[in-house]
Ligand binder design. Structure first.
Ligand code: ADP
Ligand code: MG
Length: 615
């Protein structure tokens, strides 16, 4: 049961609205009961009883007003009877019609008001959850995304959140509205015949039990269907991101087939979910109607006996009330199943929200606003997969003094990117330590540490936004002049002003409307604007043709002036001037020195240079 209402924790902060919703639901239930309860006795009065009897009863009633069902009923009967006597039966019918109409009007008004206050709750919960998920997604370490797939995370942010919305709506109604209606009618039934009602109460739990069993199995099915939906999102996400390659390799039919397979298995699972969800209400209705028929049989026999324990009119009212509890019971069972689906989704969402932030910031983390002396790798070892011996970096010792340029070279897969990723703490070192100005990076405020570092990588990461916003990314205070200045240093100004709307041109998804060299120069302009003391250039020119490489290389030289840089370059000609060249091999430093020294050494570096015919 605790689990069942776990979705309710998201209502926190909406209890104001929730109580209004509950209050109006209570009023709604009250009015729906009253409007039904009115008809029966009235029919009784019109067609059977002597109205004069009730008028007399009202006149003779004690003068002090008593708030009990009996006195209210007598008062109401008396009022009705005097109307009937005074205006005749047909006018009285008009009166009762108007009364019922007004009651119905209020009943529906309250229903609407209840929904009115539910709207901000259900949508607010969705908004809060999405915000929370987004915040968590941004805070989760990069390593999380190597294991989890983006599409699945997206499906949790959309479809699972939706499920919770439904579930919350249903929970509020399940706990407050429908049971109230049932209780009202049950009270009415007990008043008329406690004996018959005992039977109803004996049999109802059977319906409850069946529905409970279905609900459990539904939850499992629902989780499975959400997992498959996650796979579907993955394929969509990868497909849309890789359209060019899919077309180039004419992989359309392969991707389509893969998609259809997953879609088909989602279809199967979704059908199962629907069938199980829809099973609840017919089962509960059958059981409840079975109970009602038993009541009908027993009640009729009691009436036939004619001993006055149960009159025909009383039994008709009783039966009408009893049949009124069928719809809310159906509703509750349906709601129960939807809540089970919500609980399933809640579990999936919690997996993200509760995922561990592997990169922790210490409570007493030190601030760092400037970089003064050096970056130092001290016996650093690191593995992506913890526990096994597959170290990607092994016992690295490296000092990068302020203002110097260090180049990392080595075969692909030798650990260059990994080494560079340690500095901004994208990953934490497993052994040894990484010090900036002699302070362990693990002791520093993460945001401030990253604030000192600028990054330009092989893939320029741009967003579907204007040139201006892409350059000014993350720097809210950037002025137009600052941005233009940065673009000029990055050799980007000329091509930007030639764009249709200059700095306010939208560059398309991931900068798709620009050439590789242009994208790269925007990334460089972004780094120039950030003006960080430490620079990491990871294959910043590898993806470019010779001509744009020249432009980008110039831009990079401008950027690197007066900064401390870690440069990873595929083309060795670009790093020949570095203060120190570090050759990595299988995660270890194999050679180090400047260009001339390494050539003289005639080792790995020399071989690499020979392969590129670079002297
Ligand atoms: P380089 O930049 O020198 O080409 P990397 O530092 O990217 O090499 O990779 C070094 C090794 O680490 C490779 O063997 C690669 O397979 C592995 N690796 C890189 N990134 C990950 C990751 N996110 N998860 C697991 N292994 C990784
Ligand atoms: Mg790399």
């Amino acid at each position: 049961m605790g689990k069942l209402f776990s979705v309710l924790k998201y209502i926190k902060g909406y209890w104001g609205y929730a109580s209004l919703n509950i209050a109006f639901n209570v009023l709604f239930s009250l009015f729906s009961v009253v409007s039904i309860a009115l008809v029966m006795p009235f029919m009784d009065l019109l067609f059977q009883k002597d109205p004069q009897f009730y008028v007399d009863a009202m006149k003779n009633a004690p003068t002090h007003f008593e708030l009990s069902g009996e006195s209210l009923k007598n008062y109401f009967y008396g009022l009705m009877s005097s109307y009937i006597l005074q205006f005749g039966k047909s006018t009285a019918v008009v009166f009762i019609c108007i009364t019922i109409f007004i009651l119905t009007f209020f009943k529906n008004l309250f229903r609407y008001l209840a929904m009115y206050f539910l709207a901000p709750i259900r949508n607010g919960v969705v908004r809060d959850l999405r915000n929370k998920l987004m915040k968590k997604s941004l805070n989760l370490p990069l390593s999380y995304y190597s294991d989890e797939r983006k599409g699945d995370i997206m499906s949790r942010m959309t479809s699972d959140v939706q499920e919770i919305e439904w579930s919350i709506m249903q929970t509020l109604e399940l706990i407050f509205r429908e049971p109230l209606i049932i209780i009202f009618y049950l009270i009415m039934m007990v008043k008329i015949s406690g004996y018959l009602t005992l039977y109803v109460l004996l049999f109802l739990p059977i319906a409850g039990l069946t529905v409970g069993i279905i609900g459990k199995s539904l939850k499992r099915t629902s989780i499975r269907s959400k997992e498959i939906l996650g796979n579907l999102f993955n394929i969509m996400e990868e497909t849309l991101g890789g359209l060019k390659i899919i077309k180039a390799f004419t992989g359309e039919s392969y991707v389509q087939k893969k998609f259809e397979e997953v879609n088909q298995s989602f279809f199967k699972q979704a059908v199962r979910v629907y069938r199980k969800t829809d099973l609840a209400s017919p089962i509960s209705e059958t059981v409840v109607v079975g109970v009602l028929m038993l009541i009908l049989f027993m009640g009729c026999n009691m009436v036939f006996k004619g001993d006055g324990v149960l009159t025909a009119a009383a039994f008709i009212t009783y039966f009408a009330a009893a049949s009124q509890i069928v719809p809310p019971i159906k509703q509750i069972t349906q709601a129960y199943n939807n809540i089970q689906k919500g609980v399933a989704s809640e579990e999936r969402i919690s997996k993200i929200l509760d995922a561990e932030l592997v990169i922790h910031e210490k409570a007493n983390a030190k601030p760092i606003s400037e970089f003064n002396s050096q970056i130092e790798f001290k016996n650093v070892s690191f593995a992506y997969r913890k526990g096994d011996s597959g170290y990607v970096l092994k016992d690295i010792n490296l000092v990068i003094p302020k203002g110097k340029t260090i180049a990392l070279v080595g075969q692909s897969g030798s650990g260059k990117t990994t080494l560079a990723d340690m500095v901004p703490r994208f990953y934490d070192v497993d052994q040894g330590e990484l010090l900036i100005d002699s302070v362990n990076t693990k002791d520093l405020k993460i945001k401030e540490l990253r604030g000192l570092i600028g990054m330009v990588s092989q893939e320029s990461i741009l967003f579907n936004d204007t040139v201006f916003n892409n350059i000014a990314f993350g720097i809210t205070t950037a002025s137009e002049e600052n941005v233009i200045q940065a673009a000029k240093i990055a050799n980007a100004h000329d091509f930007i002003v030639a764009l249709p709307e200059g700095y306010h041109t939208n560059i398309g998804d991931r900068g798709g409307k620009l050439s590789g060299g242009q994208r790269q120069r925007l990334s460089i302009a972004r780094a120039v604007l950030k003006n960080p003391p430490i620079l990491i250039l990871d294959e910043a020119t590898s993806a470019l043709d010779t001509e744009s490489e020249k432009l980008v290389q110039d831009a990079l030289s401008n950027l690197m002036q007066n900064r401390t840089s870690i440069v990873i370059a595929h083309r060795l000609s670009t790093i020949a001037n570095a203060d120190e060249i570090v050759v990595l091999q299988h995660g270890e430093i194999a050679e180090r020195g400047n260009h001339a020294e390494l050539i003289a050494k005639n080792g790995i570096y020399k071989k690499l240079c020979d392969m590129q015919s670079f002297k």
